[in-house]
Design a protein around this ligand. Structure first.
Ligand code: SF4
Ligand code: SF4
Length: 301
């Protein structure tokens, strides 16, 4: 093992892969980066936040230990032996700029990023990290790449899954959820994220927030709601994000439209219009000062 702290070592692995030619958006026009510089955070395997996520966000969500035991049933491990390393991969300025102009369907860069780069970059980054750790004798697993992982309909939370990278990023101090359900990070919510459970003790990243929605202007100031207007199928309202409506639009409208426009990636799936042309696109939107909020409230804005 190199003479780095566990955090530095894991960060170096993520940066090595993302700084390589593998970080490519598969555009027909030639090589171009799929993602900007990653944000990286860490959470302890024994952090009570994992039970909190089960109770408050996704009943069947695995804890890091549950995921690790599925990957390595023969290993004796406790929650405190484990850490979760989480990364946020920000969309590039070129992708965001195109996506801001899109109104009914995502732009081509976004779609190729969601469909091709998801497999070749996002999933492959996890495999790269796991492979390099394995070569150093450290066991690791990406929960969503395990055969047992699934997405399902949950009575309480509608569409849910056994491991959510966005919730892992929340646990790892990287961001909080917005009205549209996207995770608002320092690099905004136009991003993809990933996470790996590692049998290493990394120093946890402090969470500079206390609630699930602290960075969203709607929840922290009663303002904004721009994502509501960006959604072409009214899946976002001031009551939140209707995952079923969103999913139906993607299945029945977006996927056929993408197949017609880009036959080489027929079957591609993705929208993300609510992640661009909004104040939380590429940063945490600054909360207006109290005096301004009071004025806006008075004016009923
Ligand atoms: S666009 Fe506004 S309301 Fe929607 S998630 Fe971002 S900050 Fe919140
Ligand atoms: S992904 Fe598209 S359909 Fe779904 S909520 Fe966002 S804008 Fe609406």
């Amino acid at each position: 093992m190199p003479t780095l702290t566990h955090n530095e070592y894991l960060e170096a692995l993520v940066h090595e892969f993302m700084g390589s030619p593998a970080n490519d958006n598969a555009m027909p026009t030639g090589p171009e980066a799929a993602f900007d510089t990653p944000l990286i955070g860490f959470a302890a395997g024994g952090d009570p936040i994992w039970e909190q996520i089960k109770a408050e966000a996704a009943t069947n969500h695995w804890t890091p230990l549950e995921a690790f035991r599925l990957a390595y049933p023969e290993e004796e491990a406790t929650a405190d032996d484990l850490s979760v390393v989480s990364w946020v991969l920000p969309q590039t300025a070129a992708t965001r700029e195109d996506q801001r102009r899109a109104t009914l369907y995502a732009c081509e860069r976004w779609i190729r990023n969601r469909y091709v780069a998801q497999v070749r970059v996002v999933d492959e980054l996890a495999r790269f990290v796991i492979g390099r750790l394995d070569a150093d004798g450290v066991k690791a697993a990406s929960p969503d790449l395990l055969p047992e992982w699934k997405r399902f309909k949950d009575e309480k939370f509608t569409i849910s899954s056994l491991w959510s990278h966005r919730h892992a990023a929340f646990a790892a101090g990287l961001g909080t959820f917005g009205l549209s359900d996207g995770l608002i990070t320092k690099a905004g919510k136009a991003m993809r994220c990933g996470s790996v459970v590692v049998r290493l003790k990394a120093r946890p990243t402090p969470r500079p927030y206390s609630g699930y929605n602290d960075y969203c202007l709607f929840y922290n100031s009663g303002l904004c709601g721009k994502c509501v207007k960006r959604c072409p199928c009214e899946a976002i309202t001031l009551a939140g994000h209707d995952k079923n409506k969103c999913s139906d639009y993607l299945d029945n409208v977006v996927t056929p439209a993408i197949a017609a426009a880009y036959p080489d990636i027929a079957g591609a799936y993705g929208c993300g219009l609510c992640q661009a042309a909004v104040p939380c696109e590429n940063s945490i939107p600054p909360r207006p000062p109290k005096s301004v909020r009071r004025e806006l409230e008075k004016a009923n804005i």
